[in-house]
Design a protein around this ligand. Structure first.
Ligand code: ZN
Length: 496
């Protein structure tokens, strides 16, 4: 087709709500069109070409890895979500509606229930497993504040895959295969990315990994090592344990008068002791199901900062909220003088794991104007978890080089699900002994439309979009009366 016949609707105006290069250039270059500024977008011919090419790369690599493509009904009966318990729990981002017969339906933001329903109808025996099914389909999430164009729209194109297995070991084999496959996909798309651990993982390995495209405009802060491949979300990052060059304070266990000495800095100056040997105690209220809550004291070294997501996971709470000074005093805790050693009844104590072997520590006494010195936390009958927020300059646990922060755009997520959905939804198979057991699942997502934004966040100049080789809308262009291979930079569509 002649370019003159091609619908390329470029505009000079920068959309008022657009702040990111990808949002501005995709609209100004005529790739997408905003539908009433409501987080919905039409793909114009140029944008659709790019979307199809990105989709093709995703599909080719998945098919090569033995995954099978299906297409699930876009509208989901609410009954499936009621079976899994998510219908009530999911917030307002879930679009719920009724049909003319007053039956409840939803537009799926994800399709675990639907895929489980498909498999439980068609798979009965261990002989039919393993199975990895995926679709590339529209999803809807009723975002309160849709923004950044394709990065956080309400409607988006997603690849969602689900695998079904007879054992955890087999699911973990597939999980590793999907990690390799995703790396191939993002490499083919010409992206600079990192695979990051997305939760701390109870048994060393991570059960959840995210694929982050490195870009200054990324919404997520990630911790990366330049010495090795290590990367993690800030709430999952781990480090080599810090050492302290300063001498430990020598003192026998005693209560010490410390009038008005409240902060770590004041305490450090008062005792002339490195904060490494002080205990920082943070009181939070942990919220659980059915309105239940409890007060938890999280204690860590004075030189460290509390990572609240880690803290929340440590007590298995839904959320952590701050506690007012008045509330603390009612419980019998004194702000500035709190400590984990002897605590009022009903207060739970969780210690950071670096305090497990700690001795000669100084901590609050839970009594106004007094601290305890010579505290040994070795024998404390308490719970230890990693509670620490990794800082830039901490050392990599794997190779010992410096860790640093960077920004990333999440474009993929792989997750070891286990039986979280197959159990409540009764997705069982008959094992070799004829026993009915729930299938073990993994789930694997890629934000396909978001990838367009991620490519441009990483590849653009002052004139607009620069597509990578496998995402460019055209491979060859007509130039000097013949077709020539085009440099991807030539696909910059000027918005002027
Ligand atoms: Zn490293």
């Amino acid at each position: 087709m002649r370019f003159s016949r091609f619908l390329v609707h470029t505009t000079k105006e920068t959309p008022s709500e657009a702040t990111l290069p990808s949002h501005i250039y995709l609209i100004r270059g005529g790739f997408i069109q905003s539908v009433g500024g409501s987080g919905l977008y039409n793909f114009l011919p140029l944008g659709k070409k790019v979307l199809d090419r990105v989709e093709r790369v995703v599909k080719e690599e998945l098919d090569r890895a033995g995954c099978q493509e299906v297409s699930l009904s876009f509208v989901t009966p609410a009954s499936l979500w009621q079976e899994s318990g998510r219908f009530e729990k999911y917030g307002k981002e879930l679009l719920r509606f009724k049909d003319r017969k007053e039956n409840d339906f939803i537009l799926g933001p994800t399709h675990e229930e639907m895929m489980v329903a498909l498999v439980r109808q068609s798979v009965k025996s261990y002989k039919q497993l393993p199975l990895n099914l995926y679709q590339i389909n529209l999803k809807f999430r009723d975002e309160l504040r849709p923004r950044f164009g394709l990065m956080r729209g309400r409607e988006f194109l997603m690849k969602d895959g689900y695998s079904f297995h007879t054992s955890i070991e087999d699911m973990q084999r597939e999980f590793a295969l999907m990690e390799t496959t995703y790396k191939k996909i993002f490499t083919r798309l010409g992206l600079d990315f990192r695979v990051v651990e997305a939760d701390s993982g109870a048994i060393g390995g991570s059960g959840s990994k995210e694929f982050m495209v490195l870009a200054d405009s990324g919404e997520d802060t990630i911790v990366v090592c330049d010495g090795c491949e290590y990367g993690a979300n800030i709430e999952a990052a781990v480090r080599r344990e810090r050492a302290c060059e300063a001498e430990a304070p020598e003192a026998a266990f005693a209560k010490f008068y410390t009038p008005d000495v409240k902060t770590i800095d004041e305490l450090s100056a008062f005792f002339k002791v490195d904060p490494y040997y002080l205990v920082k105690t943070v009181a939070m209220r942990a919220l659980y199901d059915e309105g239940r809550s409890e007060v938890v004291l999280f204690a860590l070294r004075g030189s460290d900062e509390l990572q609240e997501v880690k803290a929340c996971n440590a007590v298995d709470a839904n959320d952590l909220i701050e506690i007012t000074e008045e509330e603390l005093q009612e419980i019998g805790l004194v702000p500035g003088f709190m400590g984990p050693r002897v605590v009022p009844d009903g207060v739970r104590v969780v210690l950071d794991e670096t305090l497990k072997e700690a001795s000669s520590m100084i901590c609050g006494s839970n009594e106004k104007d007094y601290h305890l010195v010579g505290v040994d936390l070795k024998d404390a009958k308490t719970e230890y978890f990693d509670l620490v927020a990794v800082q830039e300059g901490d050392l990599c646990a794997h190779c010992g080089r410096l860790l640093r922060y960077t920004k990333g755009i999440e474009v993929g997520h792989i997750f070891q699900l286990g039986t979280r959905y197959s159990d409540p939804l009764g997705c069982n198979f008959l094992d070799e002994n004829g026993k009915s057991v729930p299938m073990v699942m993994g789930t694997y997502g890629i934000g396909v439309s978001r990838l367009l934004a991620a490519i441009i966040e990483q590849h653009h100049d002052d004139s607009g979009c620069i597509w990578t080789k496998e995402s460019a809308p055209f491979d060859r262009i007509w130039s000097n009366k013949r077709f020539v291979d085009a440099d991807p930079a030539a696909y910059t569509v000027f918005a002027a």
